[in-house]
Design a protein around this ligand. Structure first.
Ligand code: NAD
Length: 250
């Protein structure tokens, strides 16, 4: 990994967007989407339509959330998340777009206003009709005691974990903010994403079309490697450890 070239890209920029994917959280113990680990295999995705039309699927979805939040309560952020924090603190317009739903960037100290959680979060729920936000506890309790799942107490709508399911529309405001960020900032750094899940995978293209620079750090090749100004195939933790220990960004 060419650490000097990475630092050089950061120092050349006056504003930076960072896009993170599941690969930044594997060192914390959450497998990525396509890895062989059994976790996502036993947490088979539930399509949005299924959630809407089937109570059985809603119960299954909440059971998955109980398992995931239990796992999240047992783990913590890693040096990759710390590196992101450090880079965000360099210039005031720097912004983080994350595909992750695990809340680990916040655990590492990144302020909510600096993060666009483009696929939502597993740590809250919201009403699908009026968008009222809920904590998870009352839904977990209903599942544990085999009680009916509560509907929204404001409008009686269905309440779902605040992640974007397969077949569910993304939040257009978040997507607009992400597009604006990558087309305005000088540099886009992608950390731990296969860059195949749309529409987020379109963000590097938008950055490049706007004449911005692109740096990718990922274990495996991505479809954007040939267009990037710098590609580092390796572990994010190795990159983060080297940079943080050198204090070159302090
Ligand atoms: P992905 O699984 O498609 O890609 C992750 C990439 O990270 C892979 O190419 C892998 O080679 C790479 N990687 C894994 N560990 C790495 C490491 N230590 N260092 C460097 N690279 C590493 O993930 P994606 O692109 O984020 O898309 C998957 C979708 O699934 C997203 O929508 C995301 O919301 C969701 N998801 C989220 C989490 C999470 O919140 N932690 C975990 C799994 C999936």
């Amino acid at each position: 990994m060419d650490i000097d070239a990475f630092i050089d890209e950061i120092k050349k920029a006056t504003s930076i967007s960072i896009l993170t994917g599941a690969g930044i959280s594997t060192a914390s113990g959450i497998p990525d989407f396509r890895g062989d680990d059994g976790f996502w295999k036993t947490n088979k995705p539930i399509y949005f339509k299924e959630f809407i039309h089937s109570e059985k699927k809603r119960i299954e979805s909440w059971k998955n959330n109980i398992a995931l939040t239990k796992k999240l309560s047992e783990i913590t952020f890693n040096t990759g998340h710390t590196l992101v924090n450090k880079i965000l603190s360099l210039y005031k317009d720097n912004i983080l777009i994350t595909q992750n739903i695990d809340g680990l960037h916040q655990k590492a100290g990144t302020k909510t206003e600096k993060i666009i959680e483009i696929h939502g979060t597993a740590l809250r729920a919201n009403c699908l009709v009026c968008k009222k936000i809920f904590g998870l506890q009352r839904f977990h309790t209903a599942i544990k005691f085999n009680k009916p799942l509560p509907d929204c107490d404001a409008c009686n709508g269905l309440v779902k974990v605040a992640t974007i399911s397969f077949g569910q529309s993304m939040d257009p405001v978040k997507m607009q903010k992400a597009v604006h960020a990558v087309s305005q900032t000088d540099l886009l750094i992608v950390l731990g994403s296969s860059l195949v899940v749309q529409p987020v995978a379109g963000l590097p293209r938008i950055a490049l079309e706007n004449g911005k620079r692109l740096v990718i750090c990922n274990k495996e090749p991505t479809p954007f490697d040939i267009h990037a100004n710098l590609v580092m195939n390796g572990n994010i933790e190795d990159l983060a450890n080297k940079i943080l220990l050198s204090h070159v960004l302090d």
